[in-house]
Design a binder for this molecule. Structure first.
Ligand SMILES: [Zn+2]
Length: 500
């Protein structure tokens, strides 16, 4: 049998090419359309599709005798797995699928793996040979040409005459990829009809789930739930009654979280599949991990969504097997993140996985206008730092508040463990309850040169509530904090900025 796998590479980076949310959403929709293997395309969906002159995977496969979707392959978003008994037919179908994706989305990187085996499970042994072809995005070869106004990466080839959304100005020049991403009427809704939405459609999936919960609720469901219009709309989803800063409704937080230790689990499952010659256990492991991540994302968004909310206060960009990339109002991030991590932990424990995996996260807090591509890059770097902190085995997170800590480099703050956050939470809430003036004086005291212990003691004598909070944060430190303690105190102050 001949097998081929067509995969979209560097998805986060690719989604982050656009500055604005419409670009990210358009790219997600198109990735889903170009890689879905579902046959059940409704008439509306077909109409949208055919307008672009592009084909679905099942439509392409219909032209190749004996080539079909590989029933044994793992269901991985962005990867199309096919198989056939004829080498040439399988190979040609694979390259046509890859080129079709590239026609949809010219800036994607798409790889094609080809291999031959008696059974698919045999190909999972690490020594197995594959023939790989990679289609890279084209290079911009005319440096004098005008660049795309949205991504600035490619040459602009299109001028928007009739913007399909107020977010795009008339006369905007776009490259071929951004042009494809432009909102089209009903595109997302049409994709929402799919029973199992792929991870690129995480936003639609979570919305669907929360809406279903509302309509099943005993009281009839409350308000309807809509998606945010853009990042500014997201930033404004602050809860009334908790407004403590005049400028707290223009910041968002973007979280990139990824599992630790899953690689080893899957490597072992693959070896076992190759030995046993069957895929069942590897497939059920993959489905279980996906479900845990999906449930944790839904529960964490449900945690920050109130029954009266008309807009979902989260924009999930991508839901992978064991990773999420999601934006939230800055004021809700410290409720969302611990809930997400705790739910992941609960899920892993219920599956009894061994060795037990964990999750590390990077959080960037920034103005709503900060480009999504930069948020992706920084949150990923922070996530890697958090993983390194626990050597790839532990529950950790790292964060950077771009506006408040602009001079801070990524390395200045040691990542926190989830357990440290939980242990310090009460003290941090105590810090939060202090008057703004006390917190800002405390920041000043900590930033002065000289003996910080002495300065803190003087300050605490004048302000007994500060003394109480510091004692709660460092119960065994007495009057002498060390450098690491001072860093924890500064970090805690950073958290209080956006703690509700
Ligand atoms: Zn562009």
């Amino acid at each position: 049998m001949f097998y081929a796998e067509i995969g979209v590479k560097h998805v986060q980076q690719y989604l982050g090419r656009s500055r604005h949310l419409w670009g990210r959403r358009g790219a997600s929709d198109l990735l889903a359309m170009a890689t879905t293997t579902k046959q059940d395309l409704s008439a509306a969906k077909k109409a949208l599709w055919d307008n672009q002159g592009l084909k679905t995977v099942p439509e392409i496969l219909a032209q190749y005798d004996g080539v079909e979707i590989n029933p044994d392959a793992l269901d991985i978003d962005g990867v199309v797995a096919i198989c056939g008994s004829d080498k040439n037919q399988t190979e040609e179908a694979a390259h046509v699928i890859a080129l079709n994706i590239r026609q949809f989305l010219p800036a994607t990187t798409v790889s094609v793996d080809l291999f031959e085996a008696a059974a698919y499970a045999d190909t999972l042994a690490s020594s197995y040979d594959k023939c790989t072809t990679v289609y890279h995005p084209g290079l911009t070869e005319f440096p004098l040409a005008r660049r795309c106004d949205e991504c600035t990466s490619d040459m602009a080839g299109y001028v928007v005459e009739e913007p399909s959304t107020p977010a795009i100005r008339k006369g905007t020049r776009l490259c071929a990829d951004c042009w494809q991403r432009m909102p089209r009427p009903n595109r997302t809704q049409v994709l929402g009809e799919l029973q199992d939405l792929p991870g690129f459609e995480a936003e639609e999936m979570v919305l669907k789930e929360l809406r279903a919960r509302r309509s099943n609720a005993a009281d009839g469901g409350g308000a309807d739930l809509a998606a945010c219009k853009d990042f500014h709309d997201l930033a404004q989803q602050v809860k009334t009654g908790n407004v403590h800063r005049t400028t707290n409704n223009n910041h968002i937080a973007t979280v990139f979280a990824d599992g630790n230790g899953l690689g080893q689990l899957f490597a072992r499952a693959r070896r076992e599949a190759a030995d046993a010659g069957q895929m069942d256990e590897t497939k059920s492991l993959s489905v279980a991990i996906k479900n845990i991540t999906r449930t944790a994302l839904i529960e964490a968004v449900a945690e920050i969504t109130q029954a009266t909310d008309e807009v979902m206060p989260a924009i999930p960009h991508i839901l992978g097997g064991d990773d999420i990339f999601v934006s939230l109002p800055a004021t809700l991030v410290w409720d969302f993140l611990p809930k997400f991590l705790c739910k992941m932990k609960e899920g892993f424990e219920m599956e009894n996985l061994a060795p037990m995996p964990s999750v590390s996260a990077g959080v960037v807090i920034c103005h709503a206008a900060f480009p999504i591509g930069d948020q992706a890059e920084i949150s990923e770097a922070l996530m890697r730092q958090a993983k390194k902190h626990v050597a790839g085995d532990g529950w950790s997170f790292s964060w950077l508040d771009i506006t408040a800590e602009e001079t801070q480099s990524l390395r200045d703050r040691a990542p926190w463990l989830l357990s440290e956050f939980e242990g310090r939470r009460e003290a941090i809430e105590g810090l939060k309850e202090l008057p703004n003036s006390a917190r800002s004086s405390l920041r000043t005291v900590l930033s002065q040169p000289g003996d910080r212990n002495l300065a803190l003691q003087h300050f605490a004598e004048r302000s007994p509530e500060v003394k109480t909070v510091v004692a709660k944060l460092f119960p065994s430190a007495g009057n002498a904090l060390d450098e690491a303690d001072f860093q924890v105190l500064e970090d805690s102050l950073s958290i209080t900025r956006w703690l509700q």
